[in-house]
Every structure is written in C-alpha cells, then in structure tokens.
Ligand binder design. Structure first.
Ligand SMILES: [Fe+2]
Length: 294
C-alpha cells in the first residue's frame, strides 16, 4: 500500500497494485465532493495505471454522470435518444420486468460486440478518452471484464516489428464487427457510421507514451494483403492480451472502474444467463484525433 499524493492532506488516498496492470484506490469516497487537487491526482493515476478500481461505492446515476464530467464532456451513447444531453447507459441482461433475458435475445446479441477486445468508441474520428463503469447488480459467476495495456503491448515488441508497424493504419469497421456476431439491422451505436482509419501505433496525447492501437473491431490494415493483415492483427492482439499481461475483474455491487481508452483494451467475458448483471456506464469524449507515433 502506498500513498499516492503528498498534496491532498486529509483527502489523500492510497493505492495498491491489482497485479500485472492497474491499481485499486482506497480511502477516497467518490460520492463526496472531490477537490480539484485530489481529482488531478486521480486523473494522473488513471492515465499512468490505465485502469483504477474503487470498491464499495454505490454511485447514483447523477453521481456517476458528475464523476464522468469531471474528466470531460460525455458522449451520447444512445443512438435513439431524442434528447441532446449525453447520459448514462445501462448494460445488463434484464428485461423491463427485471427477468433475465435468454442468451439468444436480440439485446444480448447486440451487446455481445463487447466480448471482442476493443477501446471505446474507436468508430469515431475522435474516440473516447475515459470510461467509467459501475456495478449495480453483480453476478455470482460470469460477467467478468478483462483489461490489457496497449502501451505494455508495444514496449515488449521486437524492434524490427515496431519499425514495420509505424505508419500503418487500422480500419475500424463496427458494422463488420456487429455482423460477425449476427447483428445486421443497423440502429446500433457505431453501426451506421462508415469504417474509419486510425494509426496502428499511437502517441498518448497527454502522457506522450507510445502504444499499439489494435482492436477486434479493426477489420484489416489499410493497403495490406488481407491474409497478412489478419495474421499481423492476430499476432499483435495475442501478444498484448497474453495471460500474464492482463487484469481480469469479477464485479461486485459498488465496484467502480475508470480506465483510459487511449492506452487500454478491454473485453467482456459475456453474460452467464443464470445470473442477473447490471452495469452503469458513462463515456468521456476524446479531445483530439489519435496521433500517429513516429
Ligand atoms: Fe467497451
């Protein structure tokens, strides 16, 4: 256990490692007002660690939206929303009566896109910066989330491969990713937008560190032979998400996770349909287009 700041006086919080990547914060109540000084330390911590976990924080929707807005303006995640105001989305396996949906329900098929390794909103020209996830109903088993660090994936690559990757661009094609999971009706977030290219190696806009920008939502590498593209993407993803480089989180009610999409991959394990699971999510918009590393 280590103190993360000497500047925050009685509000100082402690951190502990979650293992290969990530940190847990203790001693900071997200439901109480957080001073700008403490928030700045927290924001730096999220960027340095990639993901930060809090436990025992049953945030109201308003509190979670407010927390997200400290990081920046939120994205509108509901494609059918009529109101302009971005808000919190519920990700769960319950119907309107609170009954667990069957695995083949349309809604479950739609959200199965989250089971591929991805960074949030890479279908946008300016993808998301931070995400805030909280657990409202925790499943006894299943429903875990896996995290991998794209910076770590880059650092460990052989130098000749690094040189080859700089300058390449990945085609982020959400419609293809949805269709691959049996969803072809449109009207889903990212589905109706054209595929978009982003650099395969990016420089973090705030920390300046270099990381891969790979995802299972990339259909291919621009201008590359399809088979070679597939082989290279699989190699990079497998390397970055190797068992000894990831953090796997089993959710309990009151858990809050904040991560930096500019340096982190994540994926859902998928729902165990014997158990209800309900998460609340707010997503912070990005601030600039991904910057290619040179
Ligand atoms: Fe996600």
């Amino acid at each position: 256990m280590s103190s993360d700041s000497a500047t925050t006086g009685p509000s100082a919080f402690e951190t502990r490692s979650l293992g290969a990547i990530g940190a847990e914060v203790r001693g900071l109540d997200l439901r109480r007002a957080i001073s700008d000084d403490v928030f700045d330390v927290l924001r730096e911590l999220v960027m340095r660690e990639g993901l930060v976990l809090f436990r025992g924080q049953a945030l109201t929707s308003i509190e979670q939206i407010g927390l997200g807005q400290r990081f920046g303006p939120l994205e509108q995640l509901d494609v059918r929303a009529e109101q302009e105001e971005p808000t919190l989305v519920v990700i769960g396996n319950l119907d309107s009566k609170g009954e667990v949906l069957p695995a083949d329900a349309t809604h479950m098929k739609l959200i199965s896109i989250n089971e591929g390794w991805h960074t949030d909103s890479s279908f946008r020209e300016i993808p998301a910066s931070f995400s805030v996830f909280s657990c409202v109903v925790g499943p006894e088993v299943g429903g875990d989330t896996f995290y991998a660090n794209l910076r770590r994936g880059w650092v460990d690559l052989p130098e000749d491969l690094k040189a080859r990757l700089c300058g390449l661009r990945g085609v982020h094609d959400y419609a293809a990713a949805y269709r691959a999971r049996g969803n072809d009706e449109g009207g889903m977030i990212g589905y109706d937008l054209p595929a978009i290219v982003h650099p395969l190696v990016r420089r973090h806009p705030e920390t300046g560190t270099t990381g891969l920008y790979v995802s299972e939502h990339i259909s291919h590498i621009e201008g590359m032979d399809p088979a070679e593209s597939r082989r290279l993407l699989d190699e990079l993803l497998n390397h970055t998400t190797a068992e000894n480089r990831i953090y796997r989180h089993h959710w309990s009610v009151g858990d809050v996770m904040i991560w930096d999409n500019r340096s982190m991959l994540h994926r859902a394990q998928g729902f165990d349909q014997r158990h209800p699971r309900v998460m609340h999510h707010v997503r912070v918009g990005g601030f600039e287009r991904p910057i290619a590393a040179t």
